[in-house]
Design a protein around this ligand. Structure first.
Ligand code: SAM
Length: 286
């Protein structure tokens, strides 16, 4: 029986039984595997790290897409950086947005996900509102920041961890260029690791991304295969009211859209910004 052993941390690791291998190869940028596990369904890994599983992807994608879009209240243009498995465009395109640009570095991730993880994108790659760009997200925002094309209302960084090709998406300059791609009052969110194990990440993001935004905070959700407790998502905006919208107004928008979610709802949205002391202390001295 073959197993996949995650290599994210030195001292601890999780292991998955591989019940069927669908794809395993080195792409131009990273080592990609997609296999079946009896408990979790199809699992995608990059460079030895679990990226997404069919069983729990809904928590991650719903929380990284719906929280900023509902908080914004009138998002028309969304930029997604990374997200090659397609789950993020699926959730974002459920909103009445006019345009989504997705910048993914690795064409092979998109192609293999469409083939072996079709429920993730669920046809969203065919949506005419989507502009898929195969490029490095850092280079894209750097160039876009100096251009005169329309800005975005929401930016979602659905990246790998800050190792390998994803490292540039956690730098001071990435946040600075991304900020310049936003409309006034726009919101930026990023996947920011599991703070129990990746405490450094929350500290560095707070310092780096926090230089760009009036309101810098984190919100969280438990995603079982990102083990170690909940994951944090970084939140940055100059709209000080966006984080504390009242539950009735979120509820009205949510009901109007008639979203069929499995994790997200307006109460979870607001509650997700409440952080335990050990997390708060890791980025703020209180
Ligand atoms: N949900 C996962 C997690 O929490 O770790 C991440 C999802 S995975 C889809 C992240 C994607 O980011 C991958 O498809 C990878 O190819 C892409 N990526 C990594 N570095 C990138 C970069 N510099 N520019 C654009 N996409 C990048």
């Amino acid at each position: 029986m073959k197993h996949f052993k995650e290599t994210l941390y030195d001292a601890v690791c999780q292991e998955f039984r591989i019940d069927k291998m669908y794809f395993e190869s080195k792409t131009e940028h990273q080592h990609l595997m997609i296999f079946h596990n009896a408990q979790l369904g199809r699992v995608m890994t990059l460079d030895g790290v679990v990226q997404t599983t069919e069983a729990d992807e809904f928590v991650y994608h719903e929380m990284l897409a719906h929280v900023p879009i509902f908080a914004h209240g009138n998002a028309k243009r969304v930029l997604i950086v990374g997200g090659g498995d397609g789950g993020m465009i699926r959730e974002v395109l459920k909103h009445p947005v006019e345009h989504v640009t997705q910048v993914e570095i690795d064409q092979a991730v998109v192609d293999m996900a469409i083939e072996y993880l079709p429920n993730h994108s669920d046809g969203a790659y065919e949506d005419p509102r989507l502009n898929l760009v195969i490029a490095d997200g850092f280079d894209f925002v750097k160039q876009y920041a100096d251009g005169d094309e329309a800005r975005f209302d929401v930016i979602i960084s659905d990246s790998t961890d800050p190792i390998g090709p994803g490292e540039v998406l956690f730098t001071d300059s990435f946040y600075a260029y991304a900020k310049r791609c936003l409309n006034p009052g726009g919101i930026m969110v990023t996947q920011n690791g599991v703070p129990f194990f990746q405490q450094d990440e929350i500290q560095t993001t707070y310092q780096r991304m926090g230089q760009q935004f009036e309101d810098m905070h984190f919100y969280c959700a438990p995603i079982p295969t990102y083990y170690g407790g909940f994951m944090t998502f970084a939140w940055g905006t100059d709209d000080l009211a966006a984080r504390t919208r009242n539950v009735e107004s979120l509820r009205a928008q949510f009901d109007e859209l008639n979203l069929d979610t499995r994790y997200y709802n307006p109460e979870i949205h607001l509650a997700a910004f409440a952080l335990p002391q050990y997390v708060k202390r890791s980025f703020k001295s209180e």
